[in-house]
Design a binder for this molecule. Structure first.
Ligand SMILES: CCCCCCC[C@@H](O)CC(=O)SCCNC(=O)CCNC(=O)[C@H](O)C(C)(C)COP(=O)(O)OP(=O)(O)OC[C@H]1O[C@@H](n2cnc3c(N)ncnc32)[C@H](O)[C@@H]1OP(=O)(O)O
Length: 603
């Protein structure tokens, strides 16, 4: 922790390093082992005149202390020459501090085009030129650090500095974009907002304050941002007088200006929502990338599309009060076949051909298939930003599927989604969804989903609900009537996820680790479909028309490659079941049951 942070072997270019902040940076980098290009045009604070003295005297000071430095007297508007000096004299360039700057302060009423142009040339064009010239070197060596210099005038505005403020806030935009473009090449670009006593401020600040704002108090902040141990990229740091702090954009929670996409926004609706639009005290966020900023807009659009009123009001506590519009989905034999493959159906199985070949004499759709079309509408609900769902913690808790009619090989379905309840289980919360599907002839299936979000409990909701939801039922207290087994494949989850549950938990080892698993786990619905098929084969003549419903609770995860053992107890038309993993003996599904129609039932 106390290791001295050094820059041995690094080559640093500091522009405007003949005095003030630039000089302090150059001296510090040199003192810590870097080779430094001390650039200074040697002009006045207003940008007039030229002289080599400023750069030379800093170089002399560094050399006298045994450091390595060379001068450069070019204007930053010819930034490529400055970078060339670094490469010619020291063979590389690692760090670029865009510090050179001048002032042409005038009230806007007196500001000329020339005042505007010269400030933008030196600050914005200059930083562009040097950065552009260094960029290819940085990319090739997969390393680079850029510091751009902004100002509180740029962030907040300042009387008499329209030109300077515009240039300085332009540099924040430049930095933020370079940060994003450079990230994958290990090029970090950050912005410093210094307030130092320098040539630029000596006539502006009171003398005591000017003396207290020593550049040496800011230089270590810049040096840290440029050090290889610092992984900041795209931050704006204010530093002055021994103080440093990050600046960030803040966006208010805002307001939805219409209640559905069919309505238009009126001037009056803006007026009526104005206090919410500007209220930063609740639900504010801090977007750092356009995608993040867009996320909220997408929420807003989704909410308006569903006619739900205000996005900010969506919380676990009131989710079940929202109503969701019907969604139309189509499926065909291809999806049914892919689903069957995902559950491990093989051509060599007794009924394999009927599930896997659409032109077979008796093409069948597995009875648990409704989970495939019913799935996505729920993900849509969980994506409400204000819910802040942590998707690494989403696990399938329970599942119910009831068939009201046999499934066709292809169909267009209307899905109705309802959040029945969100239960507060303290260790997590359980979202209970009901999704029903109907085709042109009426209802086809009912599904109920209990989705567990670990760690999202304690939101003040109720632990159970009086609403009629399906519940797991323990099996009879006797030995099972039959134990049915199936060995899953190592690639089972990779195949199953193609049926619409692309959750990275089932394929991405890093994501699985974030969720607390040693490796990707099998979809609960995959084990569930396998159990349903084994039971149907054993007790229902492998005939999907005999299938009425299935319910189960997922009590432990299954890993691809493990063998499922399904313990079954037959009690009239109901077959109770539990499932365990043969290799570990752990129970992975509990309280399960399948109900079958009897052979003569006219479904
Ligand atoms: C959006 C739509 C898409 C849906 C797709 C879902 C995404 C999929 O890609 C993800 C998957 O397929 S994950 C794989 C399958 N699921 C699993 O492996 C989960 C296994 N279960 C567990 O880990 C724990 O039971 C666990 C973690 C669930 C609970 O364990 P604990 O926190 O230890 O809970 P516990 O102390 O036992 O009980 C607390 C209260 O919670 C209830 N509960 C327990 N397990 C539940 C479960 N599985 N489902 C629903 N409720 C459950 C208990 O009854 C208890 O409630 P109460 O206190 O009121 O009695």
């Amino acid at each position: 922790m106390n290791r001295l942070l050094r820059f041995d072997g690094r080559v640093v270019v500091v522009t405007g390093a003949g005095g003030g902040l630039g000089k302090a940076y150059a001296l510090l980098f040199a003192d810590r082992g870097a080779s430094v290009v001390v650039n200074d045009l040697g002009g006045t604070a207003q940008g007039d005149g030229r002289s080599q003295m400023a750069a030379d005297s800093v170089v002399d000071e560094i050399l006298k202390k045994g450091g390595k430095a060379v001068p450069n007297y070019d204007s930053v508007t010819e930034g490529e020459k400055i970078i060339e000096t670094a490469v010619k004299k020291f063979g590389r360039i690692d760090i670029l501090v865009n510090n050179a700057g001048i002032l042409r302060d005038r009230s806007f009423v007196k500001m000329t085009q020339q005042d505007w142009d010269i400030i933008n040339q030196v600050h914005v064009v200059g930083s562009f030129k040097t950065s552009k010239a260094a960029w290819d070197h940085f990319r090739k060596q997969n390393y680079g650090r850029i510091i751009n210099t902004s100002s509180v005038a740029g962030l907040l505005g300042n009387f008499g500095q329209a030109n300077y403020s515009a240039a300085k806030s332009g540099l924040v935009g430049l930095s933020n974009t370079l940060a994003k473009e450079g990230a994958r090449y290990n090029i970090h670009t950050n912005t410093i907002v210094p307030m130092a006593g320098s040539r630029l401020t000596e006539n502006i600040l009171p003398p005591e304050l000017h003396d207290a704002l020593k550049p040496e108090l800011i230089a270590p902040v810049v040096a840290w941002l440029c050090h290889e141990d610092c992984d900041e990229n795209g931050v704006v740091i204010e530093a002055a007088a021994g103080f440093a702090a990050k600046y960030q954009w803040q966006r208010a929670g805002g307001a939805i200006l219409r209640s559905s996409l069919n309505e238009s926004v009126t001037v009056e609706s803006v007026r009526d929502k104005w206090s919410e639009i500007i209220d930063l005290s609740t639900n504010a966020d801090y977007p750092t990338a356009p995608e993040e900023a867009m996320g909220k807009l997408m929420d807003a659009l989704r909410i308006q599309q569903k006619g739900l009123g205000d996005a900010q009001n969506v919380s676990r506590a009131n989710l079940s009060q929202l109503s969701f519009p019907e969604v139309k989905v189509k499926y065909n034999a291809n999806q049914a076949i892919l689903y069957a493959l995902g559950l491990g159906v093989r051509l060599t199985d007794a009924e394999g051909m009927n599930y896997l070949y659409e032109n077979s004499d008796d093409f069948r759709v597995l009875p648990t298939f409704p989970v495939v079309p019913a799935m996505n509408s729920m993900y849509d609900v969980l994506k409400f930003r204000s819910l802040n769902v942590d998707f690494t913690q989403i696990l399938h808790g329970e599942q119910y599927v009831e068939l009201l009619r046999p499934l066709k090989a292809d169909a267009e379905l209307t899905l109705k989604t309802e959040v029945v309840e969100v239960l507060d289980k303290i260790s997590g919360c359980v979202y209970v969804f009901k999704v029903t599907g109907e085709d042109e002839s009426g209802p086809v299936f009912i599904t109920e989903w209990h989705i567990f979000e670990v760690g999202a409990g304690k939101f003040g909701g109720q632990r159970d609900t009086p609403k009629p939801i399906t519940r797991p039922i323990p099996p009879p207290k006797r030995d099972p009537d039959a134990v049915l087994s199936f060995k899953t494949d190592e690639g089972q989850a990779a195949l199953y996820r193609l049926s619409g549950d692309a959750n990275p938990l089932h394929i991405d080892p890093n994501f699985a680790q974030m969720g607390g698993f040693s490796r990707p786990i099998l979809h609960g619905l995959c084990s569930y479909g396998i159990a349903a098929r084994l039971i149907l084969n054993k007790y229902g003549n492998a005939d999907p028309k005999r299938f009425r419903c299935i319910k189960a609770r997922f009590s432990k995860p299954v890993y691809p490659g493990q063998t499922l053992e399904v313990l079954t107890w037959k009690e009239n038309a109901r077959i109770f079941f539990e499932a365990r993993v043969m290799e570990t003996g752990q129970t992975v599904m509990s309280g399960g049951y399948v109900e079958l129609f009897n052979q003569n039932s006219k479904l």
